[in-house]
Design a protein around this ligand. Structure first.
Ligand code: NOJ
Length: 747
């Protein structure tokens, strides 16, 4: 019998389902349990999207579906006007009077755009990431949005995949830390705060492992790897109280993620204890048919329901087929009720029964000076200084600048992927920002290429003329926003169009050449990096990218960003990631001969039989965690408080960090470990912690970390979470390749 009908009292639905406080119930609409029909319950499982820009444009079919109780939530809400009109229909014209939840992809800002998530991850600054998400929540909620489909926490080891830009990179620890920050930022102290929005951890699970980096592609992830690398950020999200989780598009080990009983029921609901709402990705229930996993929509609906999904986004597979599935005894009403309960719980937590309508004040919430300052700070801390020969940067004050390139004044493109509500008129570009600090006689600008993809070199001559007039060239290029993001994977991750050619031409002027890259992914620069005197990665830096970049180039701010992803030399090195298991023939300097140096007719075995490519070697262009500063830092005197620890104990490890240069520095000190011998081959390094330390010139500080048994544990071949006794290496390091190393044992 139905959970609703079983209750003897004509009490409110919220009281019955939610055990809510009497205070809240007193204000809740008098919704009776009896009034919720099977159809209305099924309606709660349906998420529709709306394309209307104004209330007048809302399609009649959508209005009718809401009146009939066939819709529980709506995505792509463009304005409070549209939200409130849809809500009015739900609250006054439908029988059940259950409020709708309004969702939208608010991914890295609503109108004030922060750097893309990959850029934010480069700040390694959880506090700023949390503040960025809070600002986005304040802006979005003022527009009637109470649910975002962020953060995307898919581990991404292959930057051909366009969605790497939406991720926090390749590392489970860094991603987990930023996931927690992001969930806290969106959801605030309480979901019932009208400025809070429900977060969604997505995409569950393995989507970032798309084979070949091709979007929506198959993924094969052995279960120990799934548990050690891909699942930890989702566990962190659940522990942080994330309200919802989105199932992914990909097929995982033969089963589409949106029907993955093991991943969802056993791991997410069972092991992690997630009891919030699980929403499908757009049409991903219907796509079970295209995958060839379901023979028709009815089977697809059954598979998704049984796998644990609560809400179907856009496609109507469940709504159409659930009545027949229930008639046939395949799905029980108790199973349906459990899903409806989770959805109503969420609506209750958001305070929607008490306050269904948007009362926000967009004019006071959006693009505030506070949000713009935050966007600038986050952009600044996302910038990674990758190369700085002969101290080309910071630019000497008073020097003239030739600002060249297709992204130097690209108000739209600096915003990056997923900016549904951004307006390019809000952006401050690099050209705008340089104009603020350099007089007309000191700034020479040329776009040189019509777009980042352009192959037309007709404006090169004019760009070279501008370059010749200045003391230094600042080239701003990379990828336009549309070259990364969903369904925008690239098989060749070099600079697109004629950019490499332009960089070579600029270098021929003999002027110092500073290159700033805006892109959704690391760019394979092997063929042109030698032309560059300095290189700054700016990701897509958002609304305030221009001032942040110019402050950094001019030395009014110091670089602090660190790579959240390994940067390959060439595309063919991918997938590439620092925390790989050891090969039986690990590559090393002494054993690598580049193929140009092979003697003619060399004997096959004479050139080194190690785990490397004969053309490009084995090192990335830049390692994970790498980033330069305008100062220099030394690491010394690594110490342990004891040489061994118990498997359930802890141990302190510290090192002295010294600013050996002439400028202040903020160093991201990274702690890595390696389990030397184990029942599964363990990664050559794993990040377990990091701390940022700020040092004045010549100042030293001892940075101390506590290593706990949970940092040493891993899922073994039997999927047991174990700490295995034995020897460990530990590094306190500036990046994944260097650092001070010592060892300890676990007894
Ligand atoms: C598809 C994307 O995969 C997902 O990340 C997004 O949230 C939904 N579309 C809704 O727009």
């Amino acid at each position: 019998m139905s959970l609703f009908r079983a209750h003897p009292l004509r009490t409110t639905l919220t009281a019955l389902l939610l055990g809510a406080s009497t205070g809240a119930l007193a204000q809740a609409p008098a919704l009776t349990a009896d009034s919720l029909s099977l159809k209305q319950k099924i309606g709660q499982l349906q998420q529709m999207h709306v394309e209307a820009k104004t209330a007048a444009e809302i399609p009649e079919e959508l209005k009718a579906a809401i009146r009939n109780g066939q819709v529980g939530s709506i995505l792509n809400i463009p304005s409070p006007e549209v939200a409130n009109e849809l809500q009015r229909i739900a609250m006054t014209e439908s029988a059940a009077k259950i409020p709708l939840i309004f969702a939208r992809d608010v991914i890295h800002g609503y109108r004030t755009i922060m750097p893309t998530p990959l850029g934010q991850a480069a700040s390694w600054n959880a506090d700023l990431v949390e503040k960025g998400a809070r600002a986005a929540a304040v802006e979005a909620s003022s527009m009637g949005i109470r649910w975002t489909f962020a953060p995307m926490i898919d581990i991404s080891r292959d930057s051909r995949w366009g969605r790497i830009t939406e991720s926090f990179g390749e590392d489970p620890h860094l991603t987990s830390v930023l996931t927690v920050a992001s969930v806290r930022g969106y959801q605030g102290d309480s979901l019932s705060d009208p400025t809070s929005i429900a977060a969604t951890a997505k995409h569950f699970v393995g989507y970032g492992a798309a084979e070949g980096g091709r979007d929506y592609n198959v993924t094969y992830i052995p279960e120990p790897l799934l548990h050690n690398i891909y699942l930890p950020p989702f566990k962190a999200a659940v522990d942080a109280g994330v309200a919802t989780i989105m199932s992914a598009f990909n097929e995982l080990n033969g089963v589409p993620a949106s029907a993955h009983d093991y991943a969802i029921n056993t791991v997410l609901r069972g092991e992690f204890g997630f009891d919030g709402v699980i929403v499908s990705d757009w049409d991903s229930v219907l796509e079970l048919v295209a995958h060839g996993y379901a023979e028709d929509k009815k089977q697809a609906a059954l598979q998704a329901l049984k796998a644990g999904l609560d809400i179907e986004m856009v496609s109507t597979t469940i709504q159409e087929n659930l009545p027949a599935l229930m008639d046939g005894g395949k799905v029980t009403e108790a199973e349906l009720d459990a899903k409806v309960k989770r959805i109503l719980d969420l609506k209750h937590q958001l305070g929607l029964f008490e306050q269904p309508y948007s009362k926000g004040d967009p004019a006071k919430s959006i693009l505030t000076p506070e949000h713009k300052n935050l966007a600038e700070q986050l952009a600044l801390e996302s910038l990674v200084l990758l190369k700085n020969d002969k101290q080309t940067l910071p630019l000497a004050k008073g020097k003239s600048v030739a600002l060249i390139g297709p992204l130097a004044h690209a108000a739209h493109d600096q915003l990056g992927s997923w900016v549904l509500d951004a307006q390019k008129k809000d952006s401050v570009t690099v050209l705008d920002a340089f104009r603020q600090v350099l007089g007309q006689d000191k700034l020479f600008y040329s776009q040189a290429l019509y777009s980042s993809r352009s192959r037309d070199s007709k404006d090169f001559a004019q760009a070279i003329d501008q370059a010749k007039k200045a003391d230094v060239i600042v080239y701003v290029g990379g990828e336009e926003a549309v070259l990364s993001g969903e369904a925008h994977s690239r098989a060749d991750t070099r600079l697109p169009g004629a950019q490499e050619q332009l960089i070579r031409e600029l270098k021929k002027t003999g002027k110092p050449l500073v290159v700033v890259i805006m892109a959704g992914r690391p760019i394979a620069l092997n063929d042109v990096i030698d032309e560059m005197d300095a290189l700054v990665m700016a990701w897509h830096p958002g609304t305030m990218g221009g001032p942040a970049i110019v402050r950094l180039l001019q030395g009014d701010a110091d670089p602090v960003g660190r790579l959240p992803v390994t940067w390959p030399k060439v595309t063919g090195q991918m997938p590439i990631y620092y925390n790989h298991p050891s090969s039986g023939r690990p590559a090393s300097e002494g054993n690598f001969t580049q193929m140009d140096d092979f003697p003619l007719e060399a004997f096959q075995h004479s050139t080194g039989h190690k785990n490397h490519y004969i053309d490009i070697g084995f090192k990335p262009q830049f390692p994970f965690g790498f980033g330069l500063s305008y100062s220099s830092v030394s690491y010394s005197d690594i110490k342990l408080d004891k040489k061994s620890m118990r498997a359930d104990g802890e141990l302190k490890v510290s090192a002295k960090i010294t600013n050996t240069g002439k400028r202040p520095v903020t160093e991201t000190v990274q702690l890595y470990i390696r389990d030397l011998v184990a029942s599964s081959v363990r990664p050559v390094r794993e990040l377990k912690s990091f701390q940022r330390v700020t040092l004045k010139p010549k100042e030293s500080k001892r940075v101390t970390f506590t290593l706990r048994s949970s940092d040493l544990a891993f899922y073994n071949q039997k999927l047991e979470h174990v700490v295995e006794p034995g020897e460990f290496h530990v590094w306190i390091a500036p990046n994944a390749e260097l650092g001070m190393q010592t060892e300890f044992s676990v007894r």
